[in-house]
Design a protein around this ligand. Structure first.
Ligand code: BES
Ligand code: MN
Ligand code: ZN
Length: 492
């Protein structure tokens, strides 16, 4: 879809299949609505008076043909009264885009002036609109014999958004949306296609398309030589070999310390010998959504050519229970030298991540963020709306929370106090891989904290946010928005 700003002289002269205008719920008509009203012999005022349009927020009326103006159709959207919140604006955007999609319109012209969002400028609106429109393009088609029809909308013009700052704002929304769609596609793919080797080949193919990105794949042999006993004890029970995927994007100066993203890439989590119950086990194909968000974020930052260095590390493995599988009671040695007693083979995410985090240190990172569908407990705590955020530095939390808030991909900070460490004590190793009951999302983070002591580190538990269930079942592309917005802020 082409999304771009376009200048215009008067609304009534705009030649477009669909002109989108706003109308408030009280008072007289202003600016655009007024111009259309005078060009149509008072049609808008009449419809308002009759109650066909209320102007209430979210109320819409599509006029399929309007004499007196150049546009073929006019979509009138109620914008209510007073300033909008972030959520109001997003809802309004969805309403408009939903109507355009339903009507199968190929082109539209967004002329919603008078939209005042509290604390947000026009550029914020442009990014949000471009993001929402781009997300609508996503279709899962890979394993369907009859592909779903594509979104009809090919061109979305936005009135007067023609400065270079406007263009930047639009391009950010598009890049984040595309990055999220990359992550959604990988997440939605079935686990017999999306294996660790598949993720490795996707990363390689991605790197080949950009001169600024390189991909390196560490095979199990190389991981064994590095002493990654924690990561390898997870892949032990699978016929699919684990892959450690290392992406490097160099947009900054050679000497700039990189931001490092570490993604959990369990392409299927059966639980291993501590096998999961059958219900909803298919959803454990989404256990690689952390990895997918790393690839999605890379897609966005490459498209935006951010002047920053970023390393992406993906710990890709299956968690399966074959005859070589790790058993409860086994003790393994991680790359850091710390030993781990495996009490539950279903707590595998922290095992692949701890070695990937130890490996991250060699890049002398400015900061490290790991992203993981780590615990069911995080879903219990926060539900589907917020990702769990844990960090060893509170100012880092503030930065990440603000990024998520800005882009509409929110996280919520959880505690990471020392008291939670005791739950991981083991009589037979330096630590156990599961904690005492209660606060499961926190003890999982506390485990990771033991591997990131010397780094500026944050952990995002996306178990609740990475995919939707029910009729809208599918990957969400989160937290590509939060991560990309954070990197945009870092690059400024
Ligand atoms: N991938 C799961 C976490 C998960 C479960 C995410 C359900 C989303 C929905 C993770 O590997 C896991 O199994 N965690 C266990 C940890 C427990 C054994 C300490 C969990 O949450 O039950
Ligand atoms: Mn598990
Ligand atoms: Zn898992």
């Amino acid at each position: 879809m082409q999304i771009s700003g376009k200048s215009f002289s008067s609304p009534q002269q705009l030649r477009t299949p669909c002109l989108v205008i706003g109308i408030s719920s009280s008072g007289s008509l202003r600016s655009t609505a007024k111009a259309i009203d005078s060009a149509t012999d008072g049609l808008i005022a009449k419809l308002k008076k009759r109650g066909d349009i209320t102007g209430e927020r979210g109320n819409t009326l599509l006029l399929p043909s309007v004499p007196g103006i150049a546009a073929e159709r006019v979509l009138i959207v109620g914008i209510g009264n007073g300033a909008l919140s972030d959520a109001d604006f997003r809802k309004l955007t969805q309403t408009v885009l939903g109507t355009l999609a339903e009507q199968k319109l190929e082109e539209a012209y967004w002329l919603l002036d008078d939209l005042n969002v509290t604390g947000r400028d026009q550029n914020w609106q442009l990014t949000q609109l471009a993001l929402a429109a781009t997300l609508r393009e996503y279709r899962y088609t890979q394993t369907l014999s009859k592909p779903k029809p594509a979104l009809a909308l090919r061109k979305l013009f936005i009135a007067d958004a023609t400065t270079s700052a406007h263009r930047t704002a639009i391009s950010r929304g598009i890049a984040i949306g595309r990055g999220m769609n990359v992550a959604r596609r990988l997440g939605d793919l079935p686990p017999n296609i999306c294996t660790p080797s598949f993720l490795a080949s996707e990363a390689r193919a991605f790197a080949r398309k950009s001169t600024q990105v390189t991909a390196k794949i560490l095979e199990e042999k190389a991981m064994r030589d590095l002493g990654m006993g924690a990561l390898l004890c997870v892949s032990a029970g699978s016929n699919q070999p684990a892959k450690l995927i290392v992406l490097e994007y160099r947009g900054g100066k050679r000497t700039d310390a990189p931001q490092v993203l570490v993604g959990k890439g369990i392409t299927f989590d059966s639980g291993g010998i501590s096998i999961k119950p059958a219900a909803k086990m298919d959803e454990m194909k989404y256990d690689m959504c952390g990895a997918a968000s790393v690839l999605g974020t890379f897609s966005a930052i490459v498209e935006l050519k951010l002047p920053i260095n970023v390393v992406g590390i993906i710990a890709a493995s299956e968690n399966m229970p074959n005859g070589n599988a790790t058993k409860p009671g086994d003790v393994v040695t991680s790359m850091s030298g710390q030993t781990i007693e495996i009490l539950n083979t279903d707590a595998e995410g922290r095992l692949v991540l701890c070695d990937a985090l130890t490996y991250a240190a060699r890049f002398k990172p400015a900061a490290v963020i790991d992203i993981a569908t780590l615990t069911g407990a995080c879903v219990v705590a926060l539900g589907k709306h917020a990702s769990g955020l844990f960090t060893n530095q509170d100012d880092f939390a503030a930065e990440l929370l603000a990024a998520g808030q800005q882009v509409g991909d929110r996280a919520w900070q959880m505690p990471l106090w020392d008291e939670y460490q005791r739950g991981l004590d083991s009589n037979f190793a330096d630590m156990a891989n599961v904690g005492s009951p209660g606060g499961g999302a926190i003890t999982a983070a506390a485990f990771l904290a033991r591997y990131t002591k010397d780094m500026r580190w944050a952990h995002l538990d996306i178990a609740g946010t990475a995919w939707d269930e029910g009729a809208a079942k599918g990957a969400t592309g989160r937290p590509v928005g939060l991560l990309t917005q954070y990197l945009i802020s870092r690059a400024q």
